[in-house]
Design a protein around this ligand. Sequence first.
Ligand code: NAG
Ligand code: NAG
Ligand code: NAG
Length: 752
Amino acid sequence: MKTYPCRSLIFLYYLLLLVAVPCVYAGESAWNGHTPPGSSALGPLRSEYVPPGAKGYPSTSPLISYKGDWKTLYSSNFYNNAARYTSQEHASMTFSFTGTGIEWFGNCGEEYGIAQVYIDKTHVASVNTYCDSNLPQPGQRHFGEYRLPSGKHTLTIIAVGTCDATSFVVTRAKGSSSHSQKKPRFSENQWTLTQEGSTGVNAMQIAVLDEAHAIIFDKVEHNPLTINSHPSWASLFNLKTRKVIPLDMQSNSFCAGGSFLSNGTLINVGGNPVVTDHTSPSDFGDVDGLQSIRLVHPCSDGHYSVAESHDTVRMASPRWYSTSIRLDDGSVAIIGGSKKGGWINNATVNNPTIEYFPPKDIQGSNGLPILLPFLKDTLNSNLFPIVCSLPDGRLFIAANNDAMIYDWKNNVEQRLPPIPNGVRVTYPMAGTGLLLPLSSANGYAPEILLCGGSDVDDTKAGYEISSQDPASSQCSRMVLTDEGISAGWEVDQMPRARLMPDAVLLPDGKIVFVNGAGSGISGYGNVVDQVGVSNADKPVLIPDLYDPSLALGSRFSSEALPSSAIPRMYHSVAIQTPAGDIMIAGSNPNLDRSEVAYGTEYRVEWLSPPYMRGPRPQILRHNAVLGFGEEATMTVKLVKPNSNDVRVVLMDHGFVTHAVHSNSRMVYLDCLNISGDTITIKGPPDGGVYPPGPGFLYIVEDGVPCEGVRIMVGDGKGPQVNQAALENMLKSTQPDQYEKSKTSQDNDNDGE
Ligand SMILES: *[C@@H]1O[C@H](CO)[C@@H](O)[C@H](O)[C@H]1NC(C)=O
Ligand SMILES: *[C@@H]1O[C@H](CO)[C@@H](O)[C@H](O)[C@H]1NC(C)=O
Ligand SMILES: *[C@@H]1O[C@H](CO)[C@@H](O)[C@H](O)[C@H]1NC(C)=O
């Protein structure tokens, strides 16, 4: 297999840098327990939940037939006040249903044992209903299957030891496909779109960790994937096997952002308050995520874990919908957001500041947040600002209808001309933005592209905005040099209007636009003409291809890219994978998991460029670390021995959420020599051109990229820690401020 050499190098890289990190971390206990409605005492979580659009059947339903010795237990603890249980081996229950999925809920306990589960007479699982509790713990999901072909099915459960049932939930996701879907054949010169795999949790946020793994963050909700007796809110997706495993996470990462640090550690930043029975059908026992900084650590088994400890690692201030960006010194800037969850931003909840991880002392800030007047001036629709780190180290920031360049080292704002035609580009009028590929050929002159969004008036109340208000098709481009800025924004039109688009940079320098809505705005439950509870409608199902190197008017390809059947609007993502295809996942404009239009979407699609199916160049050997300005030699295998169009690109695939692809970046590296099977390249000149940290290296021969390999750019070391600033921040700010402020006033508007 052509991927072997790359794999062995990855392995070597782990041995050198990341070996033997166990997945056990000190900190707060991982599972806080569940507080039942009307109580303040912690108890086990009940995951029994009937999503809107699904149907629940109590165990006493006449549609369920029992064979053998079954008894009924009555208690207000159980769904419909009853549980049917048996201790007789071979006793069975059979339930015929019509749908695409089925869940079985019941009690667990120390006297409980194993049951065998069959669907349509095929054995599908052996379920152990034991748990370490002398009283039966109600509401546990014993089994779930969600991807049956739409139609009539039979679930049979056969007892081996003691087991019970309190309820069954039949799901009916539209357009679900069976496991044994055959992959169609495609011709070599076509783009393809295939559906394979499930994310297990809604893919609200995604980042590629290495050649084989993407990490997915969701909010706290009833997902099909379970971990440690509660629904999972994060998962690790294997890009090669397309299988998913749950990750445990303590705090509510609802609308968090993220970034890698220069040492390769991913941080996931911010979130929302504890989910209570005011904000969800259940209290999940999560902790306040508003000031969280979750560290993603590699484990010795090749997996990853998420660790947090708010007493020592956190933000100074609460942030929901902030953007994180890696800086030229390898640290991360955390920008804007709202002090609590809600909807459109306003002066009461705005957090118009920037802070850093690790905390910095900038002009006397001593670890504390610094005011950004720009984030006051850009109210109301300024959440999840679009931020890019520029080659001179400054930050481009777009929010609402405005943009600026921020010199963070000196705390100076340089305002740019407003985005033309009143188009707003940030939440809830979300567009997307990218820094176009950088090259030494033009002295790394940065050029920014902003596309989509909406010109809906952001001072209107929700009842004055409709899910049918049209989105914008505008793209605005500007070269961020003095001449470029005085020339102003150049306006182009996408073939289709999109709110919440995802713009994915490909290794060949082109950009794919996918996902999004043709009308409405982001969020749910706020505007008129909601679809289900979605504030947006008219899902855009056709991807568009954009070549930034072509002349205005000819950049969007007229080539027909394959259309999807799956709406991907609020809380959906798309990201470039190192293998070369684009992973498309998520969509969840709902308070919790739902199956009404537009329901919670777990299916994954793979948009695959034609070059995935022809001969491709390969990187056979490379160094794990690429220093700034350093020469490095790679061993490669080109398709043609004397190709004269070979380029080497360094990419950051970004941290993707809410149409914001933060840190997404591509740099053409200088090739000093290409001779036979060796290519000598020069590392990027400095952290301005490519902030130190992880990246993927590709060679692109005649427009065909190889599979990318992960490298560390810079020296692989962590960002400098200013101990005094860190200590001052920890000393002068409280952890979980929002949760603490709530004890006096019971807040019930933490939603969307
Ligand atoms: C500001 O936003 C918060 C959160 O959505 C909301 O609770 C509050 O009512 C808003 N305040 C004003 C003055 O609109
Ligand atoms: C390029 O590399 C080849 C093989 O290592 C070497 O023979 C040749 O002199 C190099 N050319 C330049 C211009 O350095
Ligand atoms: C990277 O740096 C951060 C910040 O100092 C630190 O918390 C983290 O543990 C480091 N990661 C590794 C792998 O050393």
